[in-house]
Design a protein around this ligand. Structure first.
Ligand SMILES: NC(=O)c1ccc[n+]([C@@H]2O[C@H](COP(=O)([O-])OP(=O)(O)OC[C@H]3O[C@@H](n4cnc5c(N)ncnc54)[C@H](OP(=O)(O)O)[C@@H]3O)[C@@H](O)[C@H]2O)c1
Length: 407
């Protein structure tokens, strides 16, 4: 029998319990792949175990507690004590990455966190290792399964956001407190991690501009179907000539876009670069056993001795004013000249209209438009003017559109 590799398990909830089960089931395959048999030598829970004792007994520490406190302290102490660490904790890596990577590098041990982004999809491994030496221009995708499930259900059944969220909670696709999923913060933390690795620069949560899907109405999705669009919450990290941008926003995609068919709780991440053209990876974005499988993969990599390079250069400026195409939904007064008035404001701000749908009568009159790409600042100026017009019956609704191949 091969020599055991001694694993200290911090947290034995959904993912931790699944990892314990997977280690038992896959012990032989793990030993065949790495030459060592995995063995959990200590478990820390709120009511079980003692950190110092577990640290003392472990060769590798797995952090599956979640949150930043006390996870940060435990991970730092483990790294400083010379233990490689595997974590699935996106908030911890996004918020305290610099400190943790420094500690890992000073101790000469690995910090791996494949499960922190896009569940079982090996996106970190691909960006850090397979593409470690290539130039990455853009990383983008659907990195939150809860919101993708909600948007899929809204499109499929016409359900309201609240009803689709309640269903996601019933099926276990959304937490009891879904705040960070639906407001985009969870996706923002994941995109900060991906941007850091792809562009080799420090990226903090403050550098990510994010919005969520709470304001999406069923009729936005219905109108978008008329334009041939489907709605996703996208994370987009991009390298520009003068810096980088990292964004999370709801976005309409044309039907032929590779991310358009990604439905339900699935995630998908695309990577673009001059020498790779485009790679798309998709799969389950969460789930106990799926996340545990990514953790097991990190453990196997550490035991086999493969180490990703984690070279971080100077901070790059964050570009704030980007170009997007926009969808604009206006509830308007049912009177002549409304379209001409809106078109005049858009024209004066040099924004051109791709398509327009006019619907409803009286109190239901509305104007739905898709613009061609324009700078956000220019669109914001036009929107401010439009919002002040007395022909509007409510605040305008705006959603970004990825226009490629859709023009
Ligand atoms: N669930 C998923 O599908 C998924 C997907 C991707 C990533 N993740 C990440 O995986 C990590 C774990 O998630 P999870 O869903 O497994 O969480 P969970 O079910 O809430 O389990 C958390 C575990 O940590 C323990 N714990 C909490 N606070 C502690 C403290 N102060 N001291 C010691 N132990 C403490 C809990 O102890 P008790 O057992 O005593 O309560 C529990 O065993 C998180 O970072 C999460 O973001 C989860």
């Amino acid at each position: 029998m091969s020599e055991p590799v001694r694993i200290g398990l911090l947290g034995r909830g959904t993912v931790g319990a699944a990892l314990a089960q997977l280690i038992e089931e896959r012990e032989g395959a793990f030993a065949a792949a790495t030459g060592r048999r995995p063995e959990i030598v200590g478990v820390l829970r709120r009511t079980e175990g003692e950190f110092d004792e577990i640290l003392e007994r472990s060769e590798i520490v797995v952090e599956l507690i979640g949150g930043t406190d006390p996870a940060r302290e435990y991970v730092l102490r483990a790294l400083r004590a010379g233990r490689p660490v595997v974590s699935a904790n996106k908030q911890l890596i996004a918020q305290h990455g610099d400190e943790l990577f420094d500690a890992a590098s000073q101790a000469g041990v690995q910090l791996r966190f494949e499960a922190a982004v896009a569940g079982v999809i090996p996106v970190i491994r691909v960006i850090q290792e397979s593409l470690g030496a290539t130039e990455t221009a853009k990383v983008f995708g659907i990195v939150n399964g809860t919101t993708n499930y909600i948007l899929t259900e809204m499109a499929r059944t016409g359900a309201s956001f609240d009803d689709a969220l309640a269903q996601a909670q019933q099926l276990g696709y959304a937490e009891a407190d879904p705040g960070e999923d639906v407001n985009g913060a969870d996706a923002a933390a994941k995109m900060a991690i991906l941007a850091r690795l792809a562009f080799h620069t420090p990226v903090g949560l403050d550098d990510v501009v994010y919005e969520g899907i709470e304001g999406i109405q069923p009729d936005d999705i219905a109108y978008a179907k008329e334009f041939g669009l489907s709605l996703k919450l996208l994370g987009v990290a991009e390298r520009h000539q003068n810096g980088i941008s990292v964004r999370v926003f709801p976005c309409f995609l044309y039907r032929g876009h590779p991310l358009a068919p990604v439905e339900g709780p699935f995630n998908a991440v695309m990577v673009e670069g001059p020498s790779i053209t485009e790679i798309t990876m998709s799969g389950p974005g969460a789930g106990g056993i799926e996340t545990a499988s990514a953790v097991l993969g990190d453990l196997a990599s550490i035991v086999s001795g493969t180490a990703p390079v984690h070279a971080i250069g100077e901070p790059l400026p964050v570009v704030r004013d980007l170009s997007f195409a926009f969808y604009l939904h206006l509830e308007v007064a049912d009177q002549p000249g409304v379209l001409a008035t809106i078109a005049e404001v858009l024209g004066r701000n040099e924004i051109s209209v791709h398509s327009v749908v006019q619907r409803g009568l009286g109190d239901d009159a509305r104007l739905v438009m898709v613009m061609h790409e324009t700078l956000e600042s220019r669109f914001a100026a036009a929107l401010e003017e439009i919002s002040g017009l007395d022909i509007l019956r409510s605040s305008p609704r705006v959603i970004r559109v990825i226009e490629e191949e859709f023009v």
